[in-house]
Design a protein around this ligand. Structure first.
Ligand code: LIP
Length: 277
């Protein structure tokens, strides 16, 4: 791995991320037990983890530390290594775990790489769709090596008005938060083309990046859900942020191209959507 004295080469970091995401993807497809069940629960009885989430994270963490032992790691399933190199890997071993459990093909392996706190590279590997989304900061976003833009074919690159927008969103694991999110979606529904609930923030952000949806928003998406997907959407030309000019966070994440981003934020701010009651 070529590195100058000060900072690692993001291209090399991406290559390692892509290789490990592909390996984890193969493991998750080829070694999924027929009787896969819930190994444990986290924030609520429906916030589940399976042994395959744990095995995928272990494979990725071991792969990183074998090549870059001084790097930091943050993983959804508990990996939390303090590094000394200034590089940190943000891993979601299976984003869309409930889909994986139910054999719904909308799940992926997400790996984002930060240098000095800024995400510089990201990959979302979606084995069942045979898709690999990648991005390098300042160098665009790609799906299976083809450059992508965050514009749906229908929009022809023009801003999409709210009432013609296909919007993806997601819901939390706590009943009270879901009640608020459901009420907000009920009010949004007559104002947009339609809503999609895919089950994975990383895949939803990649869908924004390639124009499969026009916009996405969610309250409660974690750093590992967002790290790679947010960079991919941004490098494809979408805006990714929070409400009232804030950065994207678990408070609220919104992603859409110019015009729709502001309209969606306006609607969510009008509903004070970053609340749980
Ligand atoms: C999922 C997120 C999704 C959210 C789900 C779940 P997980 O992450 O990607 O956006 O709506 O409730 O949190 O738990 O499958 O890694």
């Amino acid at each position: 791995m070529s590195e100058n004295a000060d900072s690692p080469n993001p291209k090399d970091l991406l290559e390692l991320a892509v290789r490990l995401a592909a390996e984890a993807g193969r493991l998750l497809v080829q070694e999924r037990p027929r009787d896969l069940g819930v190994a444990d629960t986290k924030s609520s009885p429906t916030d589940i983890v399976t042994v395959m989430d744990q095995r995928s994270e272990k494979l990725i963490v071991e792969g990183i530390l074998a090549e870059r032992p001084d790097d930091g790691i943050l993983g959804e399933e508990g990996s939390d290594h303090e590094g000394t190199s200034g590089v940190r890997w943000v891993i979601d071993p299976i984003d869309g775990t409930v889909n994986y459990l139910y054999e719904i093909p909308l799940w992926g392996v997400s790996i984002g790489v930060e240098v000095d706190g800024e995400t510089v590279a990201g990959v979302v590997e979606i084995p069942m769709l045979r898709e690999t989304f990648t991005a390098l900061r300042g160098h665009g976003a790609y799906r299976n090596g083809q450059a992508i833009r965050a514009f749906s074919a229908q929009s022809e690159g023009k801003p999409v008005p709210m009432d013609r927008a296909l919007i993806a969103t997601g819901f939390g694991y706590a009943a009270q938060r879901r009640a608020v999110q459901g009420a907000i979606v009920a009010d949004l529904l007559p104002k947009v083309r339609d809503i999609r609930r895919g089950g994975s923030a990383a895949l939803d952000l990649c869908s924004v990046a390639c124009g499969r949806v026009d916009g996405y928003f969610e309250r409660g998406a974690k750093p590992w859900d967002l790290s790679a997907g947010a960079l991919i959407a941004q490098e494809a030309g979408a805006k990714v942020g929070g409400l009232h000019g804030a950065a994207a966070s678990d408070e609220m994440t919104v992603a859409a191209a110019d015009g729709l981003f502001e309209a969606l934020c306006g609607f969510l701010e009008g509903h004070d959507a970053a609340r749980d009651s």
